[in-house]
Design a binder for this molecule. Sequence first.
Ligand code: 147
Length: 636
Amino acid sequence: ALACPARAAAPPQVTLDGAAGGRVFDGVGALSAGASSRLLVDYPEPQRSRILDYLFKPGYGAALQILKVEIGGDTNSTDGAEPSHMRTPSDLNCDRGYEWWLMEQAKARNPRIKLSALQWGAPGWTGSGDARPTVWTDRNIDYLIAWLGCAARHHLHIDYLGGWNEGYSNGDWFVRLHQALREHGYGDVKVVADDSFNWDVLQPMAANPAFAAAVDVVGQHYVCGYLSDYLHCPSPAAAQALGKPLHASEQGSLPYDSGAAPLARALSRPYIDGAMTSTINWSLIASWYDTMPFQASGLMGANEPWSGAYVAGPSLWATAHTTQFTEPGWRYVDSAKGYLDGGGSYVALRSPDSRDYSLIAETIDATAPQRLRFTVTGGLPDGPATVWSSDLSSGDSRRWFVRAGTVRPGDTLTLAPGHVYTLTTTHGQGKGRAVSPPPAPLRLPYRDGFDSSAVGSAPRYVSDLDGAFEVAPCDGRPGRCLRQVIGEQPVWWNGWLRRPVTIVGDLKSWRDYEAGVDARLDGDGDGWVELLGRVDGQWADAVSGIHLRVSGRGDWQLYDENLQGQDSTLCVPSDPACAGVEAQSRRPVQRRTLAAGRTPVGTGTWHRLRLRFSGDQVTAFLDGRRLAQVVSSAHA
Ligand code: 147
């Protein structure tokens, strides 16, 4: 703790006492969820490997200690939908999507990385079947056990498993999950509850001792606030009295550049304020089309697989100040945690054998340099310590994560404002040197006949917003096609998109272009197909852009869909006005019909839909015939 200076001249002192108490540190991690890694897997080499090095390789970049992934549910979970391993009770495919690959890549770089998994949505058959279906069923537990079986087939050991992202809890379900894990040989998987807000889970845990006993870790989201400065990260005393680890199991949602300073706070303050021993950032890497929600929110950015361009910015280095100097299983040193009088905060951690320690201090909110004297006691090494620093007030990457000499216990340090510092006895740190190629637009013309994609896979750059579009043999013509394979409404997450849509292309650079697709409707004629263009957003039940819809009943419609308000216009769970409203559903949507008519298309035959955009002119074609030419400035 900071001692009161005896004289004004004496600097505040921090003492690392190896004999002092402190909770076990569980690690700093990041989340691949909501299709946040969709474009990464399509990156060219060597860029793809360098990006993975920046995220996972020890002594190179973020050196993450936990990777948390979404268990895909074929339903929109923010920036897209991730595929499920089990779409029907008899289906099982352990190779869909990119999370298996990502976990393997993370483990290959750091075999000690912890893995965590959580579902956002799930296939309809696993759900409760209510008007608002939930995942609180035994079928869903079987489904999660099957997912763990897939993980085992991939030789991946899962350390943590949660319930339903931001879906609050059902105590009896958690009890049955915990039991099922034991029965199926996954007794070492730690159960996290409930990945929701406001510590609401404490009340049902207190009321149901079996529920409390089934929970290994209490994980809460946005304990430092949401889309703010992340200044305070408290937890209730009742949480701290549980005797269970507490995790900030999702925090973040801020851009990789401007989010670095709030992130630096959120890496230490959950322990200082709330005894939480892990912080997990959403997202790992902003690797989705950046016209989609929460643009650039990640530790890095990589959304141009065609150019190979990526951004390794300050959020990466803010993270490295903790991760490169600690290991899960270390302990916090409670004699050295708190706030600096001149602005900022600090925590210290030690290795289990007390041979090493690291002190992490951030001075983000300081306005002037401040002095700090540090000492060690209680069996901690009293030799020299190395100092690393990052000037987060600077945009110059040469000022991030630099070695800044050595100090000795008893020395007085001068901490500049706007920085993160680590003082450490450990070695092996490093700053990766790989450099991104320059960004570039995806060149037109661009076409894909899916001939080089495996049946069942998602073709390159094609990013599902909802449902699942897979490469399949065409029906009624040679070659390969893309088929939307989800026929039953999944258990959806949080009121996001519920309409199968997939997108492809350079949505931010393309403006005047023509888009075409050959499409065939199956079934009884009740369905429709749409070709979209100028897609510039997605939220709740809307895909912002121009839509040409052709139905099996013979009518067509050209319309535009617009989102009103900002990404952050959503229901915050603590806002009483949001009671009963799903989080994302309040952002208003405007739909305008631009032209409409009738034309026979029917089912079982192929038709070519085309949209041409030139300035504010939109022209729609069906089978080479012009349906309409209209003016729409909404997405021009
Ligand atoms: C979180 C989700 O868990 C993430 O998948 C991602 O969508 C992220 C984007 O910010 O948001 O969900 C939240 C929903 C509501 C709030 C915070 C996070 N909220 O209102 O405080």
